[in-house]
Design a protein around this ligand. Structure first.
Ligand SMILES: [Zn+2]
Ligand SMILES: [Zn+2]
Length: 291
């Protein structure tokens, strides 16, 4: 596939934010589907220069990268704390991020959490921190060589940041580099989700299987609730709001839900029920009918 700016952003993030263009090209060739241009490294260098205002090849779009002349080593252009963050649309589950947009979102995310002042303040408040996802402790593993080492991860989705919003210390999580990479690679994954995955008895596969079971339980609980609110109603009609007002507490108790946003989960289950034909829209405004 052609060498895109998005691929370069991904590669730079994976390579720690700074890399020689040859290494960026090697990474892209190792992680993306072929075919590649005849000279991937030259393509990478051309894309980098097109997005770097220090070069004649600069095309005037977002000024993303910078490099010491002749070094061949490239990094993201330094973060200046004041540029407005353009609010991007919030997608329900993040799956809707298109590759390019996702790459730019990640770039914003990445530059935010590398703000040196903020990060040193954050680290100053920690004492021998454990990774918040896997529990790894650098002091335990490396002794004084690793004492105090940890990375700062910005927990809020860039999509949720509004123009001019500032990063608070509580927006940051302490992560080991492995967990940090995995979270970026699967952006927008939350720290909490990675933690659950790492602690799932059967690893990621077990976590996914459990999530499916949980959804089935939710489905059953919502079906039970629908049954209760429509019983004795000849037209079999009910509304989403009615379920939230009168049944959500019961549903939550039935599924022993914790952590998730129950009203949203219920809406998702209603969508699933509608796609399987178990219920129908009456008016498209949250009113349904059972069959
Ligand atoms: Zn970790
Ligand atoms: Zn991060």
């Amino acid at each position: 596939m052609p060498v895109t700016v998005g691929l370069i952003v991904d590669a730079l993030i994976a390579l720690g934010g700074e890399a020689h263009y040859n290494d960026i090209a090697d990474y892209i060739v190792a992680t993306s589907p072929p075919p590649f241009p005849a000279n991937p490294a030259a393509s990478v260098r051309a894309r980098l220069q097109e997005r770097c205002s220090d070069y004649e090849a600069y095309e005037g779009q977002q000024d993303l990268f910078e490099s010491e002349r002749k070094s061949g080593v490239w990094r993201f252009r330094s973060w200046t704390p004041s540029p407005p963050v353009t609010a991007m649309p919030v997608h329900e589950d993040g799956a809707g991020y298109k590759a390019q947009e996702g790459a730019l979102v990640l770039k914003l995310h990445y530059t935010r959490e590398r703000d040196p002042k903020l990060v040193s303040k954050f680290k100053a408040g920690l004492n021998d921190p454990n990774c918040e996802a896997c529990g790894f402790n650098f002091k335990e593993a490396y002794g004084d060589l690793g004492a105090g080492y940890i990375e700062a991860h910005h927990k809020r989705l860039v999509a949720s940041l509004t123009e001019g919003s500032t990063t608070r210390l509580s927006d940051l999580a302490a992560l080991c580099p492995n967990c940090h990479r995995i979270i970026h690679k699967n952006y927008p994954m939350s720290v909490e989700e990675l933690k659950q995955i790492l602690h799932a008895p059967n690893g990621y596969a077990g976590y996914i299987a459990d999530a499916k079971t949980t959804r089935t339980t939710w489905k059953q609980a919502v079906l039970n609730a629908i049954e209760r609110v429509t019983s004795g109603k000849p037209n079999h009609e009910f509304s989403r709001q009615q379920l939230i007002n009168t049944e959500l507490v019961t549903i939550i108790a039935e599924v022993a839900a914790k952590g998730e946003s129950p009203a949203q989960t219920m809406s998702r289950v209603l969508q699933e029920l509608r796609s399987t034909g178990a219920i129908d829209f009456v008016d498209g405004k949250g009113c349904y009918r059972t069959k």
